[in-house]
Design a protein. Sequence first.
Length: 89
Amino acid sequence: MVRMFVRHSVQDYRVWRKACNAFDTERTAMGVTGAGVYRSADDPNEITAYHEFATITKASAFAGSACLKEVMKGAGVNSAAQIGFVKPA
């Protein structure tokens, strides 16, 4: 299992969340097996999300997907995404 963490800021959490939820089917088709979203305690428009995958190959393909980038842009992401990959220790 590989978990990908993504951190970025959005213009409006509610707009972002609606776009995020609308992307569920595509995420699953791209290999996402689990996911979660957190908001900063200091700034509700700062998001940290995670996605789980069976392999690093699937996680990397998802992170580099043009489709994901378009969804993020349309959802109001207004900062560069900080992405990291981890495996259970």
